[in-house]
Each structure stands twice: as C-alpha cells, then as structure tokens.
Design a protein around this ligand. Sequence first.
Ligand code: FAD
Length: 313
Amino acid sequence: MAEVFVVATGANKLTYEMLTLARGLGEVSAVVLGAPGTAASIADNLAEYGAAKIYAAEDEALDKYLVAPKADALAALVTAKSPAAVLVPSTQEGKEIAGRVAVALDNGVLTDVTGLEADGTATQEIFAGATVVKSKVAKGIPLVTVKPNSVTPEPAPATATIEAVEVSVADSSKLVTVEETVVEPKGDRPDLTEANIVVSGGRGVGSAEQFSVIEEFADLLGAAVGASRAATDSGFYPHKFQVGQTGTTVSPQLYVAAGISGAIQHRAGMQTSKTIVAVNKDEGAPIFEIADYGVVGDLFTVLPQAGEEIRKR
Ligand code: FAD
C-alpha cells in the first residue's frame, strides 16, 4: 500500500482532518517538523487518527517560525521515501512550506483542497465556494494543502512507530535568524477554527465598544468570537477574527451571525456550520436564506434577551 505523508503540526483538529483524509489514499505516515521531543509528545494523538508511522524530523532550528529549514527537512524526507502524496495544512506557514518543497523538487502543488479521492483527484472550491474544481497534480509527487474544516475527523486507532529522521538544515536557514518571538496571550475563549460554537458580529454591531454584546453572548455559550470583514475593516474587531473567503473558514456545530447581511464572501467561511442562527433587523437579509433559525430584530435586544433565558437554565 502506498505511503501518504501528513505534515502534523500538533494534536489539533486540522491534523486529525488531514489524517482522516489521507487514509483514503494509502498508509498514513505523519511527519513532525519541530523541536526535539515534539513527535513523542503527540504520538498517541496521531496514532488515534490512523498514523502507523511517525517521522520525527527534529532539530532546534525547526522550533522557530522559520519556514526554510522545515521545507528543507520535508523535501529531503520526500526525496528519500517517495510517498504517494504529501498533505500539508493550508495555513500561512503550511502553504509556504508546500510552495518551497514544490519548487525544490519540481513537483506540482494544489492549495486549499477540501477533498481528495483515492486516485489523487483533489477538490477545490473557488469564487467563494460558487465553483467547484477537480484537479490532479500532473508532475512529481503531489503536494496538497488541506483547508481547515473540510473534513470531519474520524479516529481509526493504529499503533505508531516513531522513526527519527536526520535533519540537515540547509544554508537557507542561515539567511534569516529569529531575534524575538512574541506569542499573544490566548485568552479563555476557544480557538476560532476549532470552536464548537462561534458567535460573529457584523457591521450592524456599530462600533468596537458595542462588540462587547457579541463577546458577552459568546462567553455565555463558551463560544469563539468571529466577525465579518465589514466589522474588521471598520476596526470593530481584530482582523484575525474575520470569518469568510479572505478570513478563517469555520464549521462549528452552532454559528450565530448577528448584524451580518450574509454576503457570499462571508458565507464562504461559515456555510458548512451544522446549525446557523441569524439575528438581523432586515427580514430581507440574505443570511436568512441559509439560516436554520432566524430572528428578525435588533441584536442589542435579541442577544441580551436570549442571554437571560440561557442564564436561567
Ligand atoms: P453589511 O453587509 O453592511 O450588513 C450589516 C447587516 O447588519 C445588515 O444586514 C443590517 O440589516 C444588519 N443590522 C444593522 N444594525 C443591526 C442591528 N442593530 N441588529 C441586527 N441587525 C442589524 N466579508 C466577510 O465577512 N468575510 C470575508 O472573508 C470577506 N472577503 C471578501 C473578499 C472580497 C474579494 C470581497 C470583494 C469582499 C469580501 N468580504 C468579506 C466583504 C463582503 O462582500 C461584505 O461586504 C461583508 O461580508 C459585509 O459585512 P456585514 O454583513 O457585516 O455588513
């Protein structure tokens, strides 16, 4: 059975999604590119989702946000093992790694893939999900970046062995050095891409100060906070919380859209949510076309009232 590589960034949902997807293509091997000890710390999690082998490409140089050494290490491993395909997270870092490896090995690369068939045919959704493209890498070992929240992670417990891989960090890593890394405090709210519930606010929220009504409702539900692009562009909420075509794609159990009209670019990032609740004072707002439950009303009345009811339970 062909070996398929999954670049595992940790014990997280996207890694589990990729492991689930890769199982349809062959025998799954996870590739961990990190500091010494990283692979051992997440081995059980990777095995739970079907990784039979874990390549531990570990070096202090791979611990930092420096893409070149990770790409060098992955390219060397792909050359040595010739897997049938390599799945990489469709994150900023993952896409850069995939691009660099593709150039180094003269391979084809497909980005933002949402599905993969056994023969390597990949699905990509373009124009905000309005067009579905099926494509295949025609040259070399296919490199595929997988879009978050495209697949439902399903466990398939395996027994994993860890194989240490020699990492020769090439000269490219010496071109840039990291002087300082500032990690923003994570806060108590769940991560936007992994949250079971997301409460998002749009332009209708009106101001940064008034976004507290969204935050309060989210905290009541243990939810992550999201925002439309109009809200982030207006400075109501930081850009990193933008949901949509040019923001984050989410697929929670429950998505609450408050003061969001439902433009196609916003829908592209949330329309696969299991249950969608919309609060909008315009009954003709397009968000109601995809909402499972719609409330026509002022969000500043509806959310606090709903909050009161939830508190009573
Ligand atoms: P609006 O469209 O202005 O809607 C505000 C809504 O709030 C209205 O429906 C109004 O009835 C309602 N409202 C007002 N006051 C209240 C109140 N008190 N109570 C209840 N409802 C109220 N957008 C994204 O979100 N994400 C993206 O990733 C994204 N990418 C884009 C990429 C491109 C290339 C382009 C061209 C656009 C992109 N957009 C994106 C922008 C998108 O087209 C819309 O402009 C944006 O989603 C609108 O945001 P909104 O719904 O918050 O604002």
